[in-house]
Design a protein. Structure first.
Length: 360
């Protein structure tokens, strides 16, 4: 069937497994294979694999690359040693979040930046506006593939398939380069599920062979539906839900990746002002004891007073109850506050919890 949607190098593998395919940020991507609950539990209990080739992979190199990324990002790129990575934010002059990203340092003036699929064009344009002639920015998204291998058994599986037991020595947010199945590969000890694992980058032509080897090793194929459930359980933000160009890192609880003392970066002054004069809303976790589906945009109330909105919500495969994230008026953001979520024609009782405690 003809389509204008982009397809990753693993599209045929998804068809072979009879995945349900959907449009995600202009890519035809698997939302599920066997079922969201089953796939999420496979990751929590053993190992699952995700095609994340739709995410942007940008190489930034040349004299001034470090200075460029120090200007554009909120975290301290200069603190990275080669083979280390960091979660960070691209910030705009107002202190809002253009995107949340991961920066990998390959050398003194060479980096890999992984960005959200929905923001690739926007991010590239933003970076280009500030790039000096001495720095080269190249988009390697289409010529490579990226597979997330996540779960308690994930590190051992990657090390086994690669024949590289030393990969198990990598710490969180470290990475190594080498080969897997005769192909060049980058092994990143990162992920978006709240579980241990790797995100492996390989040339596009080698993607399907790696995918099949991981399946043969016992991994479950997992789609975007279970990936979303897992990241909500872990309290991780998603662009377009918890964060966007108008969101301050202060209200989103992301100041841990903002280094105000590193020197100037775009938006620093406005982030500092928001931190000094606390915002009127805060992002919180919400937990109920009901089997409901809190969805983005649902109103959060105390009594008859609307105090905020849900940004993401699911029936948790791990906890067996409903959880959510949402922004509430700062005065109601204290842990333990009793609230209600308006769901169609009824209200569900919920309690404010720290985002990191949604799995507790």
């Amino acid at each position: 069937m003809e389509t204008d949607l982009r397809r990753t190098p693993l599209f045929a593998a998804h068809q072979k497994l009879k995945a349900r395919l959907v449009d995600f940020a202009g890519w035809e991507m698997p939302v599920l294979y066997t079922g969201i609950l089953e796939e999420a539990r496979a990751v929590r209990n053993h190992v699952g694999i995700f095609d994340i080739s739709h995410m942007g992979r940008i190489q930034v190199r040349g004299e001034g690359a470090t200075a460029l990324l120090q200007l554009l990002t909120s975290n301290d790129v200069a603190a990275l040693s080669p083979s280390e990575a960091q979660y960070s934010l691209l910030t705009n002059p107002n202190g809002g979040i253009i995107d949340d990203i991961i920066v990998y340092r390959a050398g003194d003036e060479e980096y890999l930046v992984v960005i959200n699929a929905s923001n690739t064009e926007k991010d590239l344009n933003w970076i280009a506006q500030h790039t000096p002639a001495s720095v080269t920015v190249e988009d390697h998204t289409l010529e490579t593939a990226m597979i997330a291998v996540q779960g308690p058994a994930a590190p051992a599986l990657v090390a086994q398939v690669a024949g590289r037991p030393e990969l198990l020595e990598l710490g969180r947010f470290q990475y190594a380069t080498g080969e897997i199945g005769g192909a060049s590969a980058t092994f990143c000890r990162t992920g978006y599920t709240g579980e241990d694992g790797f995100e492996v980058i390989v040339p596009a032509a080698q993607a399907e062979a790696l995918w099949e080897a991981l399946l043969e090793g016992g991994a479950a194929a997992c789609g975007l539906g279970s990936r979303d459930a897992l990241r909500i359980e872990a309290g991780y933000p998603l662009y377009g839900h918890e964060i966007d160009d108008t969101t301050s890192p202060v209200e989103a609880g992301l100041m841990w990746v903002v280094k105000l003392d590193k020197g100037n970066f775009i938006g620093r002054d406005n982030v500092t002002t928001t931190k000094t004069n606390p915002p009127v809303r805060r992002l919180v976790g919400l937990m109920t004891q009901e089997r409901i589906q809190p969805r983005q945009g649902y109103t959060i109330l105390v009594g008859n007073e609307p105090i905020g909105e849900v940004t993401s919500g699911i029936f948790s495969p791990t906890k067996g109850t409903s959880i959510a994230m949402g922004y509430v008026s700062a005065r109601y953001a204290k842990t333990g506050t009793d609230v209600e979520i308006a769901i169609r024609d009824r209200r569900a009782a919920a309690k404010v919890v720290p985002k990191k405690n949604l799995l507790a």
